[in-house]
Design a protein around this ligand. Structure first.
Ligand SMILES: Nc1ncnc2c1ncn2[C@@H]1O[C@H](COP(=O)(O)OP(=O)(O)OP(=O)(O)O)[C@@H](O)[C@H]1O
Length: 602
């Protein structure tokens, strides 16, 4: 199964955005879980802006689209929601891309491979073995085989080929009870989405976003862990894209024409994000999520020709591939499955995400460069990165794994953020989240110190680490474990004092290294006579310092960072920046890929 998944970056996260006015306090409450002043030495009222004026913010909200249900309404003092009367007009519609939705399985499952190779695995929501209400992609006259599987993965008990005879108006798929009558498929309603699907000449069966991690209450740990019903067994954030899968075909033969990948997403995350010991913030309940089509765009992996291996991460292997129909070069990420979960080796996993192909990731690119980026180039990259992060945060999404290997570049110098495996929607009330997020070197100190409630500021810390790395061509804090990571941070930025708010966190120990000074400027001086350090102007250093502020409530936001003087100062962001010439690129890529293959063979 292939899930269209944009290597999202910049502004590709939603379909429709309405703008509302929020007060600064409301905005910061939701954004950071604190108003300025609630942590450390900031203002205690949390209402006034730095200049003392109660300011309004335009916060883009996708709630109206039904896509981001958890985005909270701005609050009145009485707790009721209000919509600003002077809400400005929506920007042009943007289509939101989705992570794969995760389904649980019941005692039995129905598997519906269609002849066009699109194969969702269908768990049965009711005890009736031949009724499923999950998505299928099929047309009238398609021949699909319906099989009733035993609990043991991959074992089909009964199977029959049936022709799709009818498609009607309810989002249910009903296989005939005797498995010989024609199959009755029911389509989604005549909404905007169904209309689009019609144009595509395919029907997608509607499934419930409330089962996804993007759903309003679905991102609440309580909702997941407290309920073991299949409907509530959904992709839990914190463990990224990890899926468990029955493997039903061999992905190594992507050109095989007789079968398509099927995944049974049966068991999901185990890292609990428990909120039981945390004070609950009283907020109005979020509106219930409307079901939307999560599997829009699912296609067979056999529609792509695999070209070469690009890279392997923790949760997936990424290939370069060609769309056989259009010739377009794409990146296919094959999700790693937990093969221990009942897979006997005769089957295989097969969930792929198809993404726009990008030529480099920043980590690989820097490794192949002899010199660090120029300041103009760093500005250009930072600007794009901040625009992407701003867009995520505006849409109530925490990335939670920003790092140089998750930042992709194409030959035009366009930057995109990828790997949303750890990302999650956040909102009101702010829930306790797992601390097991963000790759160590880019992990914010509040997470390292065990804060359970954190917000967009964690991404901004990562952005600070990335800015430093782009300038120095080396990671800023490269600890081997949490203790060493904190040690490295404290040695450079000084041991956090009471004002930072960090000393109150559960992981803070009195025996941490005592280093009273911020020595960051030594690493990034205003001038260097030896050329051994990256130089950084006053304004550049100010931005870096604010990104690496200990106090999450004081850490600069993506929006404010984009307005920082550094981007207006000379040198200008180097718009003509192109990462590498095509020949070099192909050569480098080839070498790196061969190198990686060699390593994986050893
Ligand atoms: N769209 C893409 N185009 C080109 N290369 C890509 C693309 N997406 C990912 N990659 C490459 O594959 C690598 C791993 O991808 P990704 O980060 O999505 O996988 P992961 O398993 O989640 O990795 P991680 O261990 O970082 O969590 C990236 O660092 C990048 O080099």
């Amino acid at each position: 199964m292939v899930v269209n998944h944009m290597a999202t970056g910049q502004v590709d996260c939603l379909r429709r955005r309405d703008s509302y006015n929020y007060s600064k306090r409301e905005f910061e409450y939701y954004r950071n879980g604190v108003s300025r002043g609630e942590v450390g030495h900031g203002r205690s009222d949390g209402v006034k802006h730095r200049n003392g004026v109660h300011q309004s913010f335009n916060v883009r909200d996708a709630r109206g689209s039904g896509q981001l249900p958890n985005a909270p309404e701005p609050l009145h003092k009485n707790g009721k929601t209000r919509r600003s009367e002077d809400a400005v007009q929506s920007p042009p519609e943007k289509k939101r891309k989705f992570s794969p939705i995760i389904w649980d399985k019941e005692e039995k499952e129905v598997r519906v491979p269609s002849k066009n190779g699109v194969v969702p695995l269908i768990p049965l929501p009711t005890p009736h073995p031949n009724v499923a209400r999950l998505p299928a992609i099929a047309k009238v006259e398609d021949v699909v085989s319906v099989g009733v599987l035993s609990k043991s993965p991959g074992r089909m008990v009964e199977s029959v080929e049936v022709e799709v005879s009818e498609i009607s108006d309810v989002s249910r798929l009903e296989a005939p009870a005797d498995l010989s009558a024609p199959l009755h498929l029911q389509k989604v309603g005549e909404d905007e989405q169904a209309q689009k699907n019609k144009e595509d000449k395919e029907f997608f069966y509607q499934c419930d976003i409330s089962l996804s991690k993007w759903s309003s209450d679905g991102d609440s740990p309580r909702d997941i862990s407290d309920d073991s019903s299949p409907e509530n067994s959904i992709e839990k954030p914190g463990s990224g894209d990890r899926l468990h899968g029955d493997k039903l075909c061999d992905d190594a033969h992507m050109d095989a024409d007789n079968y398509a990948g099927i995944a049974d997403y049966s068991q999901l995350y185990s890292d609990s994000e428990d909120d039981s010991d945390l004070p609950q913030i009283e907020e109005p309940a979020m509106p219930t999520q409307k079901p939307i089509n999560m599997l829009q765009g699912c296609r067979s992996v056999f529609e792509y020709e695999r070209l070469n291996h690009i890279s392997e991460g923790t949760y997936g292997v990424v290939f370069r591939a060609r769309d056989k129909k259009t010739g377009e070069i794409v990146a296919l990420k094959k999700m790693k499955m937990d093969v221990d979960k009942g897979c006997d080796g005769s089957c295989c996993d097969g969930v792929y995400m198809v993404m726009e192909h990008m030529d480099h990731d920043l980590k690989g690119l820097m490794e192949s460069m002899k010199q660090p980026f120029s300041v103009g180039e760093v500005k250009y990259l930072m600007k794009q990165l901040l625009e992407g992060v701003e867009s995520l945060h505006d849409n109530w999404i925490l990335h939670r794994d920003l790092k140089t290997s998750n930042i992709l570049l194409n030959m035009e110098g366009e930057l995109k953020i990828c790997d949303f495996g750890l990302s999650r929607q956040y909102g009101s009330p702010l829930k306790p989240y797992t601390p097991l997020v963000v790759t160590l070197w880019y992990r914010a100190p509040e997470i390292l110190l065990g804060a359970k409630q954190y917000s967009t500021a964690i991404d901004m810390w990562s952005v600070g680490c990335i800015m430093a790395e782009l300038l120095a061509k080396a990671p800023l804090f490269s600890g081997k474990d949490e203790i060493e990571q904190l040690d490295k941070i404290f040695k450079t930025l000084g041991t956090p004092d009471e004002k930072s708010g960090l000393s109150k966190l559960p992981g803070f120990k009195s025996n941490f290294v005592k280093q009273p000074y911020n020595l960051l400027r030594k690493k990034f001086p205003a001038a260097s006579f030896t050329g051994s350090c990256p130089v950084l102007s006053e304004s550049g250093f100010d931005l870096l310092k604010r990104l690496l502020s200990y106090n999450p409530a004081e850490r600069i936001t993506a929006k404010d960072a984009l307005n920082h003087n550094w981007f207006r100062d000379s040198p200008e962001p180097g718009k003509d920046f192109k990462p590498i010439t095509p020949d070099q690129h192909v050569q480098d890529r080839h070498l790196r890929s061969r190198h990686r293959e060699k390593i994986s063979q050893q």
